[in-house]
Design a protein around this ligand. Structure first.
Ligand code: NDP
Length: 239
């Protein structure tokens, strides 16, 4: 059996596609998200599906320990769970800002916390954090989302340095728009409509499988080679 892969946000979009691909390649996969039924209905072989909120560190650690007891230590963690709630700063609920920071920043840290010490001790392992082009540049209506993704970029690069001498890799994947459910959670209908008009003008976003291709490429490089960052977007996406 290959090494254990942990995917957060495995119930939808990029994470769902990643779980499918890693399972097909023979990896045992711990699939984490809140909606367990969406993960279980995929009926993927050698997977464990657990309903975990990524902001709940003890729940995350318990699920990771449970999977490691079955399949051995985690070789790869992909922090994919995320939330994009676009809004106008003068009217958006503070709760939406707070939730994005909790999931996109603290959720990534909970993932890191649950595997990093073991990886450093074993001197092997890879952590891939899904950021965004919104982690490199700012966009209108994206202030807090951009803030969370800039944080993911900064933390991943800093953690990479701190883990490098322990032979542990940190990798940032920064996609432009991808065809997933991400936008659907934005509550401002006018912003959603404008976003969709823009997306149609570039003939739609990337397929989740194209982002998964990049992640698999980076992961498959030898452990002593670290693809530090991949930025991928539709050719027609200017920003
Ligand atoms: P989806 O909305 O399709 O998937 C988001 C996933 O995150 C779901 O599986 C959801 O599961 C999970 N999630 C959300 N909140 C929590 C939580 N509190 N605890 C556990 N899991 C949670 O979006 P994508 O696949 O597009 O998003 C994946 C990542 O890619 C995100 O980090 C996003 O920011 C990033 N990204 C996406 C882009 C895009 O255009 N789609 C572009 C650039 C980056 P559940 O609700 O079941 O808990």
């Amino acid at each position: 059996m290959k090494e254990l892969v942990i995917v957060t946000g495995a119930s939808s979009g990029i994470g769902r596609e990643l779980a499918r691909r890693f399972s097909a390649e023979g990896h045992p996969v711990l699939m984490l998200a809140r909606r367990r039924e969406l993960m279980e209905e995929m009926h993927l072989p050698h997977t464990m599906c657990r309903s975990v909120d990524v902001t709940d560190l003890p729940a995350m650690e318990a699920a990771v320990r449970e999977a490691e007891a079955v399949w051995g230590p985690a070789g790869l963690l992909v922090n994919c769970a995320g939330l994009m709630l676009l809004g106008h700063p003068e009217s958006q609920d503070f709760e939406e800002w707070s939730r994005m920071i909790d999931v996109n920043v603290k959720g990534v840290l909970a993932g890191v916390k649950s595997v990093l010490a073991g990886m450093m001790e074993r001197r092997s392992g890879t952590i891939i954090n899904i950021s965004s082009t919104a982690g490199r540049k700012t966009y209108v209506n994206h202030s807090v989302y951009c803030g969370t993704k800039f944080a993911v970029h900064a933390m991943t690069e800093s953690l990479r340095k701190e883990a490098a001498s322990h032979n542990v890799r940190f990798i940032t994947i920064a996609p432009g728009v991808v065809e997933t459910a991400l936008l659907s959670h934005t509550s401002d209908e006018a912003i959603k409509k404008d976003y969709n008009v823009w997306k149609e003008s570039i003939h739609g976003g990337l397929a989740p499988s194209q982002v998964a291709d990049c992640i698999l490429f980076a992961y498959r490089m030898p452990q002593d080679v670290c693809v530090r960052e991949i930025v991928i977007a539709k050719t027609a996406q200017e920003d």
